[in-house]
Ligand binder design. Structure first.
Ligand SMILES: NC(=O)c1ccc[n+]([C@@H]2O[C@H](COP(=O)([O-])OP(=O)(O)OC[C@H]3O[C@@H](n4cnc5c(N)ncnc54)[C@H](O)[C@@H]3O)[C@@H](O)[C@H]2O)c1
Length: 457
């Protein structure tokens, strides 16, 4: 009989990942557990707790057949043979390494619970992103006191991107499995490889030692974020010199050594992972005394913050050095298109800076509005939400595009312009819109890394 799978942590990674395994391995029973009862209730309802294109359909096919969501973590542990751990590993907010190191408390609680409840041998799979060498700590916790149950720890980091999670899971660039170089380790790796091989071509399933696997995930995110900060640094130079960053991106992206992806200038990266994982890398470097390496990676995060500040400074400068009392329509609150996730979204920092300048901020977003009250609680008196972008822009002095939702591209900007206060400004923080057309409509248009198009000489 095929082994039962459990996933602890029903979040953005645990839910979609297990749904895909359930879809592709119908002969396996997969249970996803979480301590958050509301989240589990949502996974069991028609309103899933996260928005991902294509996710509803996959869950609908598998739920109740071989995919189950539950709050009974203990029972799940007892009944499973392979346990994926996909709990959150946020940045530590207290004590040593605060603001930099990974907070491993949820991770460790899970390890202890697995040890306490397990009655038979388990393969424990690190799905969460973790500092290199966490598997050693995991093995030590799992092996403390008891000897009759064997735990084999593997690393299997997740490379999906929110917004395209289902496509990424269906056709991954690669699946990475790290395991120990022992007979038990090799057998466990083979079992996990076997699961993915149900739909992923073998040559795309890489096996490495555990440390390489753990470090590869941090490195992948660091490289992706570094590309964003690199092109954003060039965008600043473009604004100063009259070069056009989109033209520069196209020109360099055609170089096969560079490639076209992740070199789009904008308001910077967001999401729960990039900043956290780079800071984690910084902390690891510092722990090993590698101060230059730490400073190098810290710079990537620092530039991202600078890019957001710069975006707001440009708004201020363009709008006669004040936005106090002005209505700013913020187009987008999610950290990227096609997700409702707002963790570390640039829109949050930008909205907050605008509120500090006493603007009245109206936020519109197709999926992320429920998060606004929580994320901007500290400036609630200056912020309102409006699901309809046309209404959000009505009477506004400016629009600031902060998320690259396609719906924003398809709006009738003549109608929007007509309803705004004049002079009307548009700050395109994602270089999403047709700036020439907007300029012709009458807008004063500011894109990132390009000279402004204004009627205001
Ligand atoms: N979000 C992404 O795009 C992404 C991509 C790749 C990797 N990752 C990594 O995957 C991990 C999970 O990320 P996420 O975005 O899914 O996080 P998340 O916060 O959406 O989900 C984590 C879930 O774990 C649950 N949890 C915490 N402690 C628990 C416990 N002791 N028992 C049971 N459940 C518990 C929480 O209630 C939460 O629902 C992180 O390490 C993250 O870095 C995330």
């Amino acid at each position: 009989m095929k082994k039962n799978i459990l996933c602890i942590g029903a979040g953005y990674v645990g839910g979609p990942t297990m749904a895909m395994i359930a879809l592709k391995c119908p002969d396996r029973r997969i249970t996803v557990v979480d301590i958050n009862a509301a989240r589990i209730a949502a996974w069991n309802s028609s309103e899933l707790p996260i928005y991902e294109p294509g996710l509803d359909e996959v869950v609908a096919q598998c739920r109740g057949r071989n995919l189950f969501f539950s709050t009974d973590v203990e029972k799940g542990i007892v009944e499973s043979d392979i346990i994926f751990v996909s709990v959150n590993t946020p940045t530590k907010t207290f004590g040593r390494g605060a603001g930099c190191a990974a907070d491993l408390q949820y991770w460790e609680q899970t390890a202890r619970q697995i040890r306490r409840c397990a009655k038979s041998d388990k393969i424990v799979v690190e799905k969460s992103t973790l500092p290199v060498r966490t598997a050693t700590a995991m093995t030590r916790i799992l092996s403390a006191e008891r000897t009759e149950v064997h735990f084999e720890v593997l690393s299997n980091p997740e490379f999906l991107a929110e917004g395209t999670a289902i496509e990424d899971l269906r056709h991954p660039d690669r699946v990475l499995v790290g395991g120990g170089d022992t007979p038990e380790g090799r057998a466990a790796v083979a079992e996990l490889v076997d699961i993915y091989a149900a739909w992923v071509p073998r040559e795309r399933i890489l096996t490495t030692n555990v440390w390489s696997s753990e470090l590869s995930k941090l490195t992948a995110n660091a490289f992706l974020a570094q590309r964003v900060s690199s092109i954003n640094a060039i965008s600043e130079l473009c604004e100063a010199t009259g070069a056009d960053v989109d033209e520069v991106s196209r020109a360099i992206g055609m170089d096969s050594r560079i490639g076209p992806k992740f070199i789009k200038a904008g308001v910077g990266f967001g999401g729960s992972c990039f900043k956290k994982d780079i800071l984690n890398l910084v902390y690891l470097c510092e722990t090993y005394g590698l101060t230059q390496a730490a400073a190098y990676w810290r710079g990537v995060v620092a530039f991202n913050d600078h890019q957001q500040e710069r975006f707001v400074s440009r708004i201020l400068r363009a709008m006669f050095n004040t936005v106090a009392g002005k209505r700013v329509a913020l187009f987008g609150f999610a950290f990227k298109a096609d997700t409702g996730d707002t963790r570390e979204s640039p829109a949050i920092a930008i909205a907050r800076m605008l509120c500090e300048e006493r603007a009245s901020v109206v936020v519109t977003d197709p999926k992320a509005l429920p998060a606004v009250a929580r994320d901007l609680a500290d400036c609630a008196d200056r912020v309102t939400v409006e699901p309809d972008p046309y209404k959000a822009a009505e009477g506004a002095d400016c629009i600031a595009v902060t998320t690259d939702w396609k719906v924003f591209r398809d709006l009738d900007y003549d109608r929007i312009y007509a309803s705004m206060r004049k002079p009307a400004f548009l700050f395109d923080g994602r270089n999403l819109l047709d700036r020439e057309a907007l300029f012709k409509t009458g807008f004063n248009v500011y894109s990132v890394g390009r000279s402004p198009l204004t009627h205001l000489d």
